[in-house]
Design a protein around this ligand. Structure first.
Ligand code: M6R
Length: 602
């Protein structure tokens, strides 16, 4: 949610800031803006729309300088508009701020500032920050202390970068519950919401924790703790290949990421080491419950993981949405293992749920795709999916990597517990290692089949997804993919549940997509499909079973695999279907409306 960039150094900042914003646009894209210091003044340009709309502003040409900040917005307070876009400046234009997060007490602060004759022009929560800084500056504080004192009054979450025309040689940054990284250069330093935004310029990064501050100068970065005492930080070298965040010839990141899945799963499986978790058989036996907590697609990966751990390890697993878990007084104690799945490692609800689990004395494991993300610094242990940067808002390769990781983890636990027989263990291990090849096999001819189907259904208003067991969880994920990028209403139902209400919505020509991969449930699933066919539904079947082609409108065959692992294959046609439908509707696949890649606010 919102991307921020900052630069100070020997180079002109505008190009660097705009490049950084372009890399961060997946975090929010309803407006963009830039503030640059030049000739002793702050020059702010901002607009509703995308970064390219900012670049197109005619007066952007006239502004450049060696210190600046920039922002791409996902609106929380105040509609997307030129005025509500960041940066926000104080009324004298001496301080300029970009902010990611939500200031929950902005209304009280605004009232206070209005009583001191401050004037506000936007509807945002952020505008209180530069004015509060100005207020403390006028009380006689220097730049750092003015920002520090202002932050002490902010409730909620923030990552901020502040520049000042009075102090042109530094940028002050502060962070609380919103991501921020600092990139080190030679005679220049960078600030960004995440590492990939800055990889073009540096591979050396500092990470600041909640409630910490930094003074970023051209040749130095000085860090401070929550009491403004100086602290030392070590710079870390990050080895992400910058080419991984290019489209590499694909039209969209999402398509590239769909096709990367053989590689991302291979990397994930080959980079895992569970020994560091120090899990013993005795510990597993002592567990009352495993919780898996996540949001969106990551929660769907959690549902698949539940089935595997419960069936293979015979441990009770509860899956919860992070936004629900954190407010429902969950029963959790030292006999609970709590696993948090998050591609970005920055999702606010997931992090808050993790913090709750920690204070309840549960052992915590984070499963994330982003090294050095916030979640990695809070959880007791971390497991990484090595999917590589996922840029498209709709998650694809991260999801299949999460399931691959969790499948492998379930087998590791089952081995420790001796809870499955050797034949099944061997079969699952072989099949899991074979998944990258099976996906490549699935890709043969898949695109043309899916395009054909997409052409027939892309104008529909409602599409239903059904399945039983693991296939139901894949249905949930398939429906989410369609909703988020094609804006078609999609609902997923457990096949057997349809007749308890939702079947009333099935009428002539309604499209029902069914996933059937468990040989034990084929007949039951077919019966449910017959129930919708009798009511006029058109049916699309994703299956690894041999079904009678004449009974259904389309069958998409996926390679055979042990049914515990089938979600990793069966989701792929559904990802591609969502993609091609969105393309036919001429939608922006990578940046769907109203969404952002990392949801760093509640
Ligand atoms: O970064 P996270 O895995 O924590 O993100 C969780 C969800 O916001 C995310 O999976 C979201 O549902 C995706 N847009 C789905 O494609």
């Amino acid at each position: 949610m919102c991307g921020i960039v900052g630069y100070i150094g020997n180079n002109l900042s505008k190009k660097i800031l705009l490049n950084g914003l372009t890399n961060l646009e997946y975090r929010g894209y309803d407006s963009a803006g830039i503030s640059i210091l030049s000739n002793g003044n702050i020059h702010t340009l901002k607009t509703k729309g995308r970064v390219k709309d900012l670049i197109d502003l005619s007066n952007l040409d006239k502004v450049d300088g060696y210190c600046g900040i920039a922002h791409t917005r996902w609106a929380t307070h105040g509609e997307p508009s030129d005025i509500n876009s960041h940066p926000h400046n104080n009324q004298n234009n001496t301080f300029s701020v970009v902010h990611n997060g939500i200031i929950e007490n902005y209304s009280d602060l605004k009232n206070f500032l209005v009583s001191k004759n401050y004037k506000f022009i936007s509807q945002t929560d952020t505008e209180v920050i530069p004015n509060l800084i100005d207020y403390y500056y006028k009380e006689g504080n220097d730049f750092l202390h003015s920002v520090y004192k202002a932050c002490k009054h902010l409730k909620g979450s923030y990552a901020i970068c502040v520049i000042s025309s009075i102090f042109p040689d530094k940028i002050i940054v502060a962070r609380k519950s919103s991501p921020l990284v600092l990139g080190k250069g030679i005679n220049e330093n960078f600030i960004g919401s995440d590492i990939p935004a800055l990889l073009e310029y540096t591979k050396s990064f500092y990470f600041i924790n909640d409630n910490e501050f930094a003074e970023v100068l051209k040749n130095n970065i000085i860090f401070y703790d929550e009491n403004l005492s100086k602290i030392e930080k070590k710079c870390k070298e990050i080895n992400i290949d910058f080419s991984q965040i290019n489209k590499n010839g694909y039209d969209d990141y999402m398509l590239k990421e769909i096709y990367e899945q053989p590689k991302s799963i291979f990397r994930t499986l080959n980079n895992l080491n569970f020994e560091n978790l120090n899990i013993t058989k005795e510990y597993l036996k002592s567990l009352k419950k495993i919780y898996i907590i996540a949001c969106g697609t990551a929660m769907h990966a959690g549902l698949v993981s539940k089935t595997l751990i419960e069936n293979l390890c015979k441990i009770n697993v509860e899956v919860d949405l992070a936004s629900e878990f954190r407010y429902r007084n969950p029963i959790i104690d030292s006999n609970t293992l709590a696993i948090f799945i998050s591609q970005s490692g920055e999702t606010a609800d997931t992090i808050a749920a993790l913090e709750l689990a920690k204070v309840s004395n549960a052992q915590t494991i984070a499963v994330t795709n982003v090294p050095e993300s916030s979640i990695t610094r809070i959880a007791d242990k971390v497991l990484y999916t090595s999917a590589g940067p996922e840029i498209a808002v709709a998650s694809t390769k991260a999801y299949t990597s999460q399931i691959s990781l969790m499948s492998y983890f379930s087998l590791y636990l089952a081995k420790l517990l001796n809870s499955i027989n050797d034949d099944l263990l061997k079969e699952l291990e072989t099949d899991l290692n074979n998944i990258p090849n099976k996906i490549k096999e699935l890709f043969d001819n898949l695109d043309s089949q899916i395009k054909d189907i997409a052409k027939k259904i892309y104008l529909e208003k409602d599409i239903y997804y059904i399945g039983r067991g693991l296939d139901y969880y894949v249905a949930l994920e398939g429906a989410l993919k369609l909703k988020e990028i094609s804006y078609i209403h999609a609902e997923a139902y457990a096949s057997g549940e349809l007749k308890h209400g939702t079947i009333a919505l099935i009428e002539n020509n309604t499209t029902v997509i069914s996933i059937i991969t468990n040989p034990l449930l084929v007949e039951k699933s077919i019966s449910n499909i017959q129930e919708v066919i009798s009511r006029g539904a058109k049916t699309i079947i994703i299956t690894n079973q041999s079904l009678n082609k004449n009974e259904f409108n389309h069958i998409i065959k996926i390679p055979e695999i042990n049914s515990y692992l089938s979600p990793i294959l069966s989701i792929i046609p559904l990802q591609l279907l969502a993609y091609h439908i969105a393309k036919l509707k001429k939608l922006d696949v990578d940046k769907p409306r109203n969404l952002a890649k990392s949801v760093t606010v509640e």
